[in-house]
Design a protein around this ligand. Structure first.
Ligand code: SF4
Length: 424
């Protein structure tokens, strides 16, 4: 039987160009993640992963440039330069799901990185020391999640690997012309950096065409989540997590991403028409705050077996906005400064309130990721405000998105089970 965990990521992904092996790999991953095989888009989402990792691991061999970028980077600009944007956060997540991540954490710790720091960052450093991620030609960090931890880790990687790093800062204020102008300058600085690195001038027409398709993809992406309002919920919690993968980096060509979300909407609409649901009509509808534990996705499935369902994972909000403006740089500046995680806590709370109303949410689970100063510091404020405004109960659980060593599986299950039982 095909087993990526035994082969290792780098070796396994090379088998993707064998047309007999690729479906076996897709089927293995589908089962490992727990995706519903009956939904055609689930195989496509896995193929997105395989193709993205295949082209990223082979970038050098194929003469392509690759940039490590952190969420949420203006990936449209990278595609306009034919540079593959690769997210180390995605690498950490997938390694964690596949059970590979611990060796990267241990490597980072042996280099002196504290186990108390955000595990996304220590994974990034450990994997660059072990050369277990696709090799980057450059590093571009943003502070669009309101966090500069990744930028600092990129600096360490730049020092270790001897490759250039470029930092972009996103202003804390948004919907403010001065802040948007500041970010426009940041985008122009990025373009200058990429022009210098590649020796090519940016083709603005190409960028406009890319943004047009990425906007369409964003709209379909948003619609695919709005459809989860249906009763019974037509699609599972695992799907709601896996389905933001294609848009994370607008992987591959933009047209494929747009086509994916259009097909996904059609499949969900058909399920709604046929009255198909993954749980009973009265299942407790849960908003999941922060990322879920990528090494224990079975927890999300388990929730469905005890009368609940995750209808929306908060990170999907990262791609909620489209780029609109009088010219392409204005449009991108509007889009990337309006992201929910950038700016004050109230902005996050307002977006969560919108989702609670939109999807008829009954409860929320806030996953307090070890070392995340950005979200953990506003956990109580978020909990109290959401509760006051909507009356929904919120369960806080401590854990780690990608490091299974900072996670008490049995204890977490007991607390989640008691929470759902109380709500029934
Ligand atoms: S999980 Fe938190 S601390 Fe870690 S990179 Fe993301 S926002 Fe920053």
């Amino acid at each position: 039987m095909f087993n990526i965990s035994k082969l290792g990521m780098r070796k396994a992904i090379q088998l993707a160009d064998d047309q007999k092996m690729k479906p076996l790999m897709a089927s293995y991953l589908l089962n490992l993640v727990g995706l519903d095989e009956k939904l055609k888009c689930n195989t496509e989402v896995i193929n997105f992963f395989i193709d993205h990792f295949y082209s990223s691991f082979n970038a050098k061999k194929n003469g392509n440039l690759l940039a490590w970028v952190n969420l949420p980077a203006p990936t449209e600009i990278f595609y306009a330069f034919d540079i593959i944007p690769f997210g180390p956060e995605l690498m950490a997540s997938l390694s964690s799901t596949l059970g590979f991540a611990i060796k990267d954490f241990e490597m980072a710790e042996s280099y002196g990185i504290s186990r108390d720091s955000c595990s996304f960052d220590s994974h990034l450093i450990g994997s660059s020391l072990l050369n277990s991620s696709p090799q980057a030609d450059m590093l571009v960090s943003t502070t669009g999640t309101g966090c500069d931890a990744q930028g600092k880790s990129f600096e360490v990687t730049s020092y270790l690997a001897g490759i250039p790093v470029h930092h972009m800062s996103t202003p804390y204020r948004n919907n403010d012309p001065e802040a948007i102008n500041y970010y426009k300058e940041e985008l122009l600085r990025l373009i200058e950096f990429l022009e210098e690195f590649t020796g090519n001038k940016l083709d603005y027409e190409k960028l406009e065409a890319i943004v047009e398709v990425s906007n369409e993809a964003s709209k379909c992406f948003r619609r695919s989540y709005e459809l989860r309002r249906a009763r019974p919920v037509p699609i599972g919690g695992i799907e709601s997590i896996a389905h933001y993968a294609p848009i994370t980096n607008f992987y591959g060509d933009m047209g494929r991403t747009e086509y994916f979300y259009k097909s996904l909407c059609s499949e969900i609409e058909q399920r709604i028409k046929d009255g198909i649901g993954v749980v009973n009509e009265d299942a407790i509808r849960i908003l999941w705050l922060h990322f879920p534990p990528m090494h224990d996705l079975k927890l999300i499935k388990h929730i469905e077996s005890i009368g609940g369902i995750v209808v929306f994972p908060e990170p999907a909000l990262l791609w909620w906005d489209v780029a609109e403006g009088k010219n392409i740089i204005d449009a991108l500046a509007n889009k990337y400064t309006s992201i929910f995680s950038n700016g004050d806590a109230q902005k996050r709370i307002d977006k969560d309130l919108e989702i609670i109303k939109l999807l008829d949410v009954d409860a929320a689970i806030d996953f307090l990721h070890w070392g995340c100063k950005n979200f953990c510091s506003i956990a109580t404020l978020t909990k109290d405000t959401l509760n006051e405004e909507t009356g929904i109960p919120i369960l806080e659980i401590d854990g780690d998105v990608v490091d299974p060593r900072n996670y008490a599986s049995a204890q977490i299950r007991t607390r989640v089970e008691a929470f759902i039982e109380m709500l029934k």
